[in-house]
Design a protein around this ligand. Sequence first.
Ligand SMILES: Cc1ncc(COP(=O)(O)O)c(C=O)c1O
Length: 350
Amino acid sequence: MTDLIVDLRSDTVTKPSPDMWNALKSLTNDDLGDDVFGEDPTVNELEKIAAKITGKEAALLVTSGTQGNLISLLSSTSPGDEILIEEQSHIFHYEVGGAARIGGLTSRTFSTLRGTPKQENLQPLIRERNDLHQAWTTLLAVENTHNKHGGTIVSPLDLKLLKEFCTENDLKFHMDGARIFNAAVALGMKVKDFAQYVDSLTFCLSKGLSCPVGSIIVGDLEFIQKSRKYRKMLGGGMRQAGILASMGLIALKANWIKRLAEDHQNAKLLAKGLQELTGSIIANIPETNIVIAHFDESIPINEFVNSIRKKGVLVLPMDSHSIRLVTHYGITKADIDFAIQEIVESIKLI
Ligand SMILES: Cc1ncc(COP(=O)(O)O)c(C=O)c1O
């Protein structure tokens, strides 16, 4: 192992910034309270700011993106309902089937090219409500940015069309916006430009925004009141959670959000380097901070991932022929150059 570790597995590996540590250290007991009673002033402030930034009535701090998505589904559906979700989505793949197990929901999946559903593909999936035999289709979920498609953006224009579709078909519209700030920065827009079209939105403080813990869900007041109850049910009622929220307040400052553009720039450099210097890899041109690199079948992925790990470059295998590389706070341009160099060397030896 080398001394230098360039960890590109995920933007969840980020550590707090100096400003976050300062905010945490300068907290006093007056800044804290029991959040289950709604008495933590720092959490209350964070929720107020999150609602304002997203243009929604109310917000709720939750433990994780997974919990935020599940609570949102619970608050917007009834057991036995069917939801429409993308077949590569995080909710469908990586949330332990919570929608089915806890929400009693069936999932009807649809495929997309790059994460944005097309109305004409969704329409046939809506079940006939008057048919005695069929479940009710009650919710559509999109992921923005879309992780497995390589950090792709669902644009506000597409969200607007999807919202119209949801209204016409009496569906709630949920956005898993774990990385919605990346989408907003990449398009030079505001998160509220996206959020205006959905009923509920989950976003993560603990990914590109670099907080150690926490996600936020936003929606109207009734949705958040219901969600507060489901959060308690799922064991997400935290007490002096201002400890976490103090760092979230730094994460939502404009300068910190803008910083994401550096990650996008680094992701582009990484993809370009991989494309140009290795004949064996085709990487997506990233819209945000995720690079998916595809290898030809002759390259054994696990062996390759292990070999670059020994050189200090950490990436995540996605399937038998692709890996994911994610840029984030703490990854510099020099780290990207180093990663490309080590990947190129390892490919030659494999
Ligand atoms: C798109 C997306 N949604 C939701 C989540 C879940 O977030 P958490 O890991 O905080 O549960 C992730 C995590 O990687 C994600 O990538």
